[in-house]
Design a protein around this ligand. Sequence first.
Ligand SMILES: *Cc1c(COP(=O)(O)O)cnc(C)c1O
Length: 299
Amino acid sequence: MSSCFLDLPHAPLQPLRLPWLESANIEVAILRLDLIDPLISGNKWFKLRHHLLQAHEARAPGLISLGGNHSNHLHALAAAGKRFGFATAGLLRGHAQDTPTVRDLHALGMELHWLGHGGYRARHQPGFWAPWQARYPGWHCIPEGGGGLKGALGCALIVEQARLQLAALGWPDYHAWWLAAGTGTTLAGLVLAEAGRHAVHGALAVPLGHGVPQAVAELAGTRGYQLHEACRSGFARVDDELLAFIDETEHHTGIPLEALYTGKALLALREQAQAGLFAAGTRLIFLHTGGLQGRRGYL
Ligand SMILES: *Cc1c(COP(=O)(O)O)cnc(C)c1O
């Protein structure tokens, strides 16, 4: 059973051709984490890997974590639990709601507890987990969004995936990564794995005040990366320009993006490319972090 989640899924590295990239004279390849698995999608697979291994070694009967009612993290967790034989429980923000994601969580066998908004805000307080550990003895608890060092370490494998496919793409090397950052855990994982070899650019899907710079610094130090504001008017805010940009990108490339992370990250890349952040001839890897299930929430 363990080999199932030890096996590295395949994420294709594909050329990304768009008129604005050509005008800026930069080459971009997109690493398609959205294609690794029909259910355990995107960066969440990598963020969960060490947790699954640890839960397996500890013979934990189940896995428990937190998220919102469109959460890609809870969705991947519920799917992984069902696939690998763990029970799962989800602690949700707010009051009971019926969303496509919530329906999937039920269908995948996850037990759901709605904490209200105040109850959810208490998630960082000491003692938050105690009653849940009492209710689910021996279960493995995963921080919100799969954040933290275990999540970051799982993401180091993303760098390996890209490296193995450079030759097939005809690239001798690349200069930098570009990806969306929510908690910044995935970004921290890439920074740790690169250890200064290639720069990492994070497009912030949340406002600067949400503590991402601090979280990344705690996990990966302060060097080897740059953060760019990309959330537009706030996390999970979607505007017409963004949706039009996503449509246009899909039309040109056939690659689906969602609006909360990958769409905003690519739009921020366009802004920076047009502002001249990258010299002509720069080769970038754009990380498609998946999360397409969440599109059902706003379309
Ligand atoms: C969760 C998520 C992110 C953010 O990842 P972090 O590790 O929290 O920064 C980015 N893109 C998608 C699609 C996600 O679901």
